[in-house]
Design a protein around this ligand. Sequence first.
Ligand code: DHB
Length: 401
Amino acid sequence: MTRVQVGIVGAGPAGLLLAYLLRRAGVAAVVLEARSRAYLEQSPHRIRAGVLEWGSKEILRQAGLGERMLAQGLEHRGVYLAFDGALHRLDFPTLTEGRSIWVYGQQFVVQDMIRKHLEEGGEIRFEHEVVGLEADAEGLALVYRSAEGATGRLICDFAVGADGSHSGLRSQIPGVRVHQKHYPYAWLGILAEAPPAAEELIYASHPRGFALFSMRSPTRSRNYLQVGVEERLEDWPEERIWAELNLRLGGVARVEPGPLLEKSLTPLRSLVVEPMQHGRFFLAGDAAHVVPPTGAKGMNLALCDAVLLCRALLAYYRRGEEGPLLRYTQDALRHVWQAELFSYFMTTLLHTPDDPFENGLRLAQLRHLAESPHLQRFLAENYVGLYTSGRYAFWEEGVPA
Ligand code: DHB
């Protein structure tokens, strides 16, 4: 049995950033993670989106976690939309008062955080699966089972469920409401040793469906195809994927095939959990909200939650203030719903629906967007991140020190 101030479940972006920031500020936190370190850092199944908002880049940089990101990540100052056989570029600095985004894989962010946190004396217990949360006279107890099968209890003042989109801890909140939306689409994603289609991302809308052309480096591309939810990976041999990607580019660019390093299917859904807390237990990251991948908001939201929750915990430990903790759900849901709105907007704007009426509306909006600086500003502001880019009070305090 161990006692800490904050027990955190899950070593993803939310749990790791929270643990790291708390430790830096002198608050003892332990992370319990069901998987092994090797699985988190290396498994191809862990590949996620790779776009950091301007403010997420700032969070990592200010926290001292940004060294490799700044050296190896790619700064992008715009994105392309492709439709009707033409390419339209949105220039972020012009549309957002100088902001840009960084292309850097989530798996690298996780690797950087684990390494830095452990180097600086932080504690992550890998292969420790949390099987229960109990309240007793001493505080909260996270009940876990280690790889060897032994059970134990981590006693803490506060517990945080950062255990991902399939969170087992969510249900610990009595009366929890889960607001959900499923889309009739999935994404077929590939990572390939092949040059990217362009120097910046291309979001391509085509009558056959949406395609996204992203990258991890100047020689490694990360591309996605809209497919039906019932489709299987076996239906998509490599040649078919490359041919379909080129078809959906509609002639505005070309991709040259290269060896596939990974291939995956992801269904699209939106989910918001409310409230995000109960007593001394809090949710953060995907455990509390899921966005469809279009626009790559997932990790950015997780980092926002971690910063907000860290500030609230520090207000309590340093000044005895409970207000920020009591307001956590209310404060977090503001940036959460903004990202839900944007992810929903990008998903419906870019995916080709079966219904011709819906498709007509969608194309009208896409064509308007290509002409209208006002709509472009809406997209660009959200893309570079409203909440972390200095437009809202959220950011004024920066990263807790
Ligand atoms: C990536 C994923 C996204 O969902 C997106 O909108 C942009 C980029 C990516 O994996 O690189």
